[in-house]
Design a binder for this molecule. Structure first.
Ligand SMILES: [Mg+2]
Length: 398
């Protein structure tokens, strides 16, 4: 048996290989409308409605750091990121189960805080937490949430329905979660440095001033699933032709839609919704905010396409914008940058992108249209840790 490292094929390469193995099991049940390959699996119910199901994992030191993450926030985030996958199907979330792996460092009271946060978030979304499993863990805290929702067959949105001419839209703003993460990781380091230099001090003696960064940190620690946008689509009577939630960054999600819909895309850098607060953080770190938006991830906004005839109706929803349009597949997946140059997004993934830039930084030329200008790499992966602290994916940690 050969030994292929997961990092050699990447997370998506691995999913493709595993999907091939489980595909024969999908054939056994004709009520299965969609198996692996979208934000949720889709199952036809006897009453004609569609059931949607998704699972997401949060793992200590991969997805979160307990030094910078309040436990109640962690519980809430575990629910929100799952609800977000249900929203990405234009569906309504209903039930969730929580599996949790616990290290010795976690007390009963700490577990209660996680569940209190999860319960508060679930209540906001109208989701019932109906069970789960608990186990000891030697590798730190692990939280796995499985969520079930429901959709009307005429409203469900797959990644595969985008048509040439459709408008590409985003809810909210992007890049802010990564900005929050950058600040949290910097303060974490400062905290650890302080303890190293002053062994008598306690963690609670470290009092960082987060007042300038509140919006960014809140977006990272307490993202909200866009149930409001889904509610608007239902009430206004419009259905996105394709939809996905932004967990890995706009670039990666856009490529999923294009790949699944067999289309290309052109988005405009100037139209990316990036808040001033996000730009202030990226300026402070001498990064480019566009890089945060394209590759940062964990914003849990919705990236979706609509028919141009639905544009007027969509404009009644105040928290969404158009960032580009769907093109024929042969046009590729591109972004027109601030200078009018069309950058090919097809072969850029966040961390490959960062790696390319770190190699080519010294000789990056003005005329190189394949590398976004001025998008200086931040030298950190998804969780703000250094590249040499590589996980099994070798490229991304979620
Ligand atoms: Mg998703």
């Amino acid at each position: 048996m050969s030994f292929t490292r997961v990092s050699e094929i990447g997370e998506f390469g691995l999913i493709d290989r595993l999907a091939k193995l489980v595909q024969p099991t999908e054939l056994a049940l004709p009520t299965l409308k969609k198996g692996v390959g979208d934000d949720c699996a889709v199952i036809e119910l006897p009453n004609g409605k569609l059931q949607v199901v998704s699972t997401d994992l949060l793992i200590e030191q991969i997805h979160f750091d307990l030094l910078t993450t309040p436990l109640a926030h962690l519980g809430a985030k575990a629910i929100s990121v799952n609800v977000s996958d249900i929203c990405a199907m234009n569906a309504k979330p209903l039930y969730a189960t929580i599996g949790i792996g616990l290290s010795n460092a976690i007390s009963v009271e700490m577990i209660e805080q996680i569940y209190q946060g999860a319960a508060n978030a679930a209540k906001q979304y109208g989701v019932a937490i109906v069970g789960g499993d608990t186990s000891a863990s030697v590798m730190g805290l692990v939280i796995s949430v499985t969520i079930v929702g429901e959709a009307d067959p005429d409203k469900i949105a797959y990644r595969s329905g985008a048509k040439v001419g459709d408008l590409i839209c985003l809810t909210g703003d992007v890049g802010r979660s990564f900005a929050g993460l950058k600040v949290l990781m910097r303060e974490r380091q400062a905290m650890l440095d302080m303890l190293k230099e002053n062994p008598d001090m306690q963690l609670s003696d470290y009092k960082p001033d987060f007042s300038d960064y509140q919006k960014a940190i809140e977006k990272h620690l307490l993202p909200k699933a866009r149930v409001d946008a889904v509610k608007f689509f239902h009430e206004a009577g419009i259905s996105p032709t394709a939809m996905i939630d932004v967990s890995d960054g706009v670039c990666s999600e856009l490529k999923h839609i294009c790949r699944n819909s067999n289309v290309g895309a052109l988005i405009e850098e100037t139209k990316l919704p990036i808040l001033a607060e996000t730009r202030e953080v990226s300026d402070e770190f001498e990064d480019d905010a566009t890089t945060y938006a394209l590759f940062g991830g964990e914003d849990y906004e919705l990236l979706f396409t609509i028919s141009p005839s639905d544009f007027e109706t969509l404009s009644r929803f105040k928290d969404a914008c158009v960032i580009g349009s769907i093109k024929p597949q042969s046009d590729g997946v591109k972004m027109r940058d601030l200078f009018g140059a069309e950058i090919d997004l097809q072969n850029l993934s966040g961390f490959q992108h960062f790696a390319q830039e770190s190699v080519s930084e010294s000789d990056e030329s003005e005329g190189d249209e394949n590398v976004p200008h001025d998008h200086s790499h931040n030298g950190h992966d998804h969780n703000g840790r250094d590249h040499d602290d590589e996980d099994i994916w070798g490229e991304r940690k979620n």
